[in-house]
Design a protein around this ligand. Sequence first.
Ligand SMILES: NC(=O)c1ccc[n+]([C@@H]2O[C@H](COP(=O)([O-])OP(=O)(O)OC[C@H]3O[C@@H](n4cnc5c(N)ncnc54)[C@H](O)[C@@H]3O)[C@@H](O)[C@H]2O)c1
Length: 255
Amino acid sequence: MQLKDNAFLITGAASGLGAATAERIVAAGGRVVLCDLSETVESHAARLGEAALAVRGDVTREDDMQAAVEAAVSLGGKHGLAGVIHCAGVVSVAKLLDREGNPADLEAYARTVQINLVGTFNVMRLAAAAMSQNDPFEDGERGVIINTASVAAFDGQVGQCAYSASKAGVVGMSLPAARELSRHGIRVMAIAPGVFETPMMSDIPEDAVAALSASVPFPKRLGKPDEYARLAEQIVTNPMLNGEVIRLDGGIRMQ
Ligand SMILES: NC(=O)c1ccc[n+]([C@@H]2O[C@H](COP(=O)([O-])OP(=O)(O)OC[C@H]3O[C@@H](n4cnc5c(N)ncnc54)[C@H](O)[C@@H]3O)[C@@H](O)[C@H]2O)c1
């Protein structure tokens, strides 16, 4: 499947990895629906021109994501919604026990899981329903879904119980979803980024960024959002990539 002339839904598209992916797809001649909770998604879509449309929405809400999927279907002609790159997500840090030994807040834990894991399932199920109705491409392919996990799914650090669990859930869904959707010609992949230079990471102090950069075997720096977008492009265009999670991390293994 090519980017050119096809329609893609990108969640979390107002910022960071999602915004970079939208730019890359439009530059390659594709059409995109940029979906995000943040109102800045509208100005970002406007900058990308006629090939981009903004839809404000929360990935945990059925009606919001149904509207985003329908907008992308209508951009896509007979092949409908060709691909989803699901980047919306939140990071959270909370220890199981605080300094006084009090237990962590249960609602905060559930909120992270709701956005990162349940939100991923919500987008995946609604996108798959739309894609299953597409006229297939020549090789029988109807669509591709790319979810965003994290290296925290594998090397979770102290304070990351909620974030790691939510991303491990994204990893765990990849294979069963790919197996199930194969009969419709829909592929499912996940990217597990290491540490990328995005607004999500902007609260990290400079010395911590330097230490993180130094801990990457090569290259010794944070990832650039377009490097994520380049992998997403490769996954869209390479039909043998299916049911797998790809670490994109310069070889980092979190301590
Ligand atoms: N930046 C990193 O180092 C890094 C590393 C590993 C994984 N990730 C994952 O990559 C994805 C993108 O992260 P990023 O770094 O681009 O972050 P970011 O904060 O720059 O962008 C995330 C976007 O998601 C949107 N969002 C949050 N909750 C939403 C919701 N409920 N509905 C709709 N939109 C919502 C935000 O408004 C924001 O625009 C996230 O899932 C994140 O967990 C990032």
